[in-house]
Design a protein around this ligand. Structure first.
Ligand code: SF4
Ligand code: SF4
Length: 377
């Protein structure tokens, strides 16, 4: 039963290619995005479909390297590669691409991507505590609203925006409900199943259906999942991971451990963040929520340390792996602070730097095995 439910999540991506094709044929609009800072509520309120385009596979990277430097994070190269080779149906369906000035590689890549599709880049402030940062982010939200209204045709009504906020809040709560079940021992879901659920849900154009699927999965898991008790419990933090770039998760689970949680953007990073509906202005409410995302492009980024500390405790993690994609400077540099914090807390820690290829599997496997031996029960 649980296996079938996970399979349903796995199939979302393929099924939504067909659904979005029909949606486009009926004149529907699609907006592609690459980052969790993207306020998808605005697109939903405009009656269009937001779709995540983050590249998580190696195949198109060689094509991207004809334009972009090789020494760039694989996520950026894969995302651009899918676009330039026209191999991603979701990119193809997109009427507009929205990016943000998160890291340098991504923001410069968007300049080239704009040769392929209309691209709107939001100027993301990198210091979230200051008043001027907040004002800039509010303005950027309003600038995006105006661009969406122009590209998609029609005004985004305030009441529609509040409705979209409620929908995304409910989806976030439903996803958190599933992830939180892994706090128990044994955890409810393996790391690979957890990743399948969280990554796949970003492709569903029907959020009410996603919420139903998440709630049904949570109910089915309450009586216990399929993971054996007593395995070393590993928490993964760092750069986003998707299906196609899950090699570290696979290695942990093949070596006898279990990944109980992901702190990264394809995991828990945004799940504790709800849009506060007590504000008068929905744009202000959204700006408050999105600016709290603890990404390493923020400086300082204390929110990530607080979230990690809480997650290590809540998910009873025996060890933490920080996965940095090659040439991701912000996560790579921040790893030292993560290591220091975990050392003080007495939690075994491993920093891995890798890309989407399989060339380093053996070396990664040895290091993961050594970590698990330290914490074996
Ligand atoms: S890690 Fe940062 S830049 Fe990457 S998707 Fe998450 S919020 Fe965006
Ligand atoms: S993984 Fe790092 S370098 Fe790559 S897009 Fe995200 S923040 Fe940028």
């Amino acid at each position: 039963m649980i296996k079938e439910q996970i399979e349903k999540f796995f199939n979302i991506r393929g099924e939504n290619v067909i659904r979005l094709k029909e949606w486009k044929e009926q004149g529907g609009k699609v907006v592609g995005y690459y980052c969790t800072y993207f306020p998808q509520e605005l697109v939903i309120a405009a009656g269009a479909v937001p779709v995540c385009l983050c590249g998580t596979r190696e195949e198109p990277i060689s094509a991207a390297e004809e334009v972009l430097p090789r020494n760039l994070c694989p996520l950026i190269k894969s995302s651009y590669g899918f676009a330039v080779t026209d191999k991603c149906p979701f990119f193809n369906f997109s009427d507009l691409i929205v990016g943000e000035t998160t890291c340098d590689g991504k923001k410069k890549m968007f300049e080239y991507m704009s040769e392929l599709k209309p691209v709107h880049v939001m100027q993301l402030p990198h210091m979230k505590e200051s008043e001027s940062s907040f004002e800039l982010w509010v303005q950027e939200m309003r600038r995006l609203q105006a661009r969406l209204e122009k590209e998609l045709g029609g005004e985004i009504l305030e009441e529609e925006l509040w409705r979209a906020i409620d929908l995304v809040n409910r989806e976030t709560a439903a996803a958190k409900g599933v992830c939180d079940l892994n706090q128990q021992e044994p955890p409810s879901l393996s790391g690979l199943d957890l990743l399948t659920v969280n990554w796949s849900r970003g492709f569903n154009n029907n959020k009410e259906e996603t919420i139903r699927m998440l709630d049904e999965l949570r109910e089915a898991l309450v009586g216990g999942g399929s993971v054996a008790a007593g395995k070393p419990r590993v928490l993964i933090t760092g750069c986003p991971i998707g299906l196609g770039s899950e090699k570290v998760v696979t290695l942990v689970e093949e070596a006898g451990g279990t990944v109980v949680a992901f702190e990264n953007c394809t995991g828990y990073k945004t799940l504790p963040l709800m849009t506060d509906t007590s504000y008068d202005d929905p744009i202000v409410a959204l700006a408050h929520k999105y600016l709290q995302i603890p990404c390493s492009c923020m400086s300082p980024n204390e929110g990530r340390m607080k979230l990690l500390q809480a997650m290590v405790s809540d998910f009873n993690a025996d060890a933490v792996i920080d996965l940095t994609w090659q040439a991701c400077h912000t996560y790579n540099i921040e790893s030292r602070a993560v290591a220091k914090m975990l050392k003080e807390a007495g939690v075994p820690f491993l920093h891995l730097e890798s890309d989407y290829s399989t060339s380093d599997l053996a070396g990664l496997g040895v290091r993961i095995q050594a970590l698990l031996e330290m914490v074996e029960k």
